[in-house]
Design a protein around this ligand. Structure first.
Ligand code: PEP
Length: 253
């Protein structure tokens, strides 16, 4: 059974103390999760240790980094390597969020390098893809997103690609309050699964969790997650409010 995931992306928000309170408020709600359901909290680098100790007893709750560097190590001032993340017990890492692609010029090739390093160090990449508005308006989103997968993921072998979580996040829906309709999300998730099936196999495609991201809220999560190819969400704004994120976790199927 595919994992159903509610992943929080705090981005560059919250002080350490605010983050600690938020995590405690969410975890203390003690939401009963099925074995195939999990929550992931992508917190800022300096909070990873705090998060790890908070969730360490909770088998279905995990901490993620929001980024890592594409080189193994060395003279890259200010960057954080995958090995460093592994050394403090981080199990997941967001790779290729559209904000990193846009503001930090991350290319599909660079993201392929990051994915490779994550897999080498047993960290699950949460690989983000998604099209900007002009591409959606030209109805070219399928080709655009398929190219992102091909150039960053399709060098992986069958076992490796099944370690990856994919997050489809249309850029026009991120932080804008505009959510893709459930039909739009289902359509492109199904398409992405078919692209993976053609490259690998239907079984492989069926094992990969594909999350939707882009203005997921407490009020629309259940409908989005009910779509057969939507396996949960990557959530920015609504993950910063305990009650909202609790409802989003409860919407997992
Ligand atoms: C995100 O940060 O990945 C995201 C989807 O943000 P928001 O939920 O705020 O649109």
């Amino acid at each position: 059974m595919r994992k159903q995931i509610a992943a929080a992306n705090w981005k560059m928000n919250l002080t350490y103390q605010e983050g600690e309170k938020l995590l405690n408020d969410i975890l203390s709600a003690q939401i009963l999760l099925e074995p195939h359901q999990l929550t992931i909290f992508a917190v800022p680098f300096p909070y990873l240790i705090m998060g790890n100790s908070a969730v360490s007893e909770e088998i279905n709750n995990h901490i993620a980094a929001q980024n890592c560097y594409s080189k193994r190590g060395g003279a890259y001032t200010g960057e954080v390597s995958v090995e460093m993340l592994q050394s403090i017990g981080v199990e997941y890492c967001i790779v290729g969020h559209s904000e990193r692609r846009e503001y930090f010029g991350e290319s599909n090739q660079m993201l392929a390098d990051k994915v490779n390093l994550c897999l080498e160090y047993n960290i699950t990449p949460i690989f983000c893809c998604g099209e900007p508005l002009p591409i959606r308006e030209a109805n070219k989103q399928n080709e655009y997103v398929a190219t992102q997968l091909k150039e960053s993921l399709f060098h992986l072998d069958e076992a490796q690609i099944q370690q990856v979580i994919i997050a489809y996040e249309p850029i026009w829906a991120i932080g804008t309050g505009v959510t893709a309709s459930t039909a739009q999300a289902q359509e492109i998730h199904q398409y992405l699964r078919s692209v993976i099936a053609s490259q690998y196999s239907a079984d492989v495609a069926d094992n990969i969790s594909i999350l939707y991201g882009g203005s997921v809220k407490a009020g629309n999560a259940a409908e989005l997650f009910a779509a057969p190819d939507v396996d949960g969400g990557l959530v920015g704004g609504a993950s910063l409010v305990a009650d909202d994120f609790i409802k989003i976790i409860q919407a997992l199927k």
